[in-house]
Design a protein around this ligand. Structure first.
Ligand code: A2P
Length: 271
């Protein structure tokens, strides 16, 4: 298969309505996860938490998948956190990108994991599994999220301990970021990690930890309450459904951009 990665070559044949951007950094975390950063078109605007279509030109045809933008809306570059699927039509090629390679991006971003889709509250829960942490990587670096809520609780559950590394490094970077620390109180941010297939101090699916109350005991907070708590969910289809059921059981209602409410969900964009 032929993947066109040279910027000049790709620019010459890029489909209408697409940007051709250059990869600036690639980090591989495990054999299933990697992150890449790329240049941001000067006029490209998005809201933290949104996703965009990212693609490659494979055998002369553009192939796209939806990717949450992991960087905040003020950042000069765009960051993405991706799964690697060995036979995945896009990710089997995307995982090989290197600094200087060109990637396609459609012009319009969209999504429901945005501050505007939630009514004000005290505590924001961001429930994520696997690469579902990506939109929250954007939101926890956006001062607006800190202005809107007193407490930000990011939960991240993965199969293995090594898969938590992206999130752990991210939170450490936020805490030591001078600019962000001047703008917001980063001590409002709490990071709760759990693992399902290896030994780890916090073990189990997030849904189990909510149901048996361990999540709340560990954090020292009361159980979910629609009067104070808001939620955002990003993970696999099954995780979204199960977590959504628990939020609804607790009395939280699902919101949307044009109808803000107590929680919102977004599909994880795995192949
Ligand atoms: P488990 O190991 O029990 O399947 P994946 O990489 O498959 O998306 O999984 C990421 C994490 O999400 C894993 O820890 C996995 O747990 C967990 N998970 C999978 N299905 C659900 C679900 N229905 N509800 C909550 N967590 C889930």
């Amino acid at each position: 298969m032929n993947v066109m990665t040279r910027p000049e070559e790709l620019s010459a044949c890029a489909p209408a309505g697409t940007y051709v951007q250059t990869v600036t950094e690639v980090t591989h975390y495990t054999d299933r996860l990697f992150r890449f950063k790329m240049t941001r078109p000067a006029e490209f605007r998005f809201r933290s938490g949104e996703f965009v279509m990212i693609g490659l030109m494979i055998d002369g045809k553009p192939l796209y998948r939806a990717y949450s933008i992991a960087s905040p809306s003020w950042d000069e570059e765009l960051e993405f956190f991706s799964i690697k699927v060995p036979d995945g039509p896009l990710t089997s090629h995307l995982q090989k990108v290197q600094v200087g390679d060109a990637v396609l991006m459609r012009r319009k971003s969209t999504g429901t994991l945005v501050n505007d889709a939630l009514i004000p509250g005290k505590r924001l829960y961001m429930f994520s599994t696997g690469t579902g942490i990506a939109p929250f990587a954007s939101l926890i670096r956006d001062p607006e999220t800190y202005e809107k809520f007193d407490e930000l609780i990011l939960t991240h559950t993965c199969r293995e301990v090594s898969e938590l590394k992206y999130g752990q490094e991210l939170v450490e970077t936020i805490r030591s970021d001078e600019m962000l620390s001047e703008l917001v109180d980063t001590s409002k941010l709490r990071h709760y990690t759990s693992v399902t297939r290896e030994d780890y101090p916090y073990k189990g699916r997030i849904t189990e930890l909510m149901e048996n109350g361990k999540l709340y005991t560990d954090l020292g907070v009361p159980a979910l309450d629609p009067a104070t708590d808001r939620g955002m969910i990003c993970g696999s289809a099954a995780m979204l459904k199960d977590t959504k059921d628990l939020l609804e059981k607790a009395g939280l209602g699902e919101g949307a951009n044009n109808r803000p409410a107590e929680f919102v969900i977004e599909r994880a964009f795995a192949e």
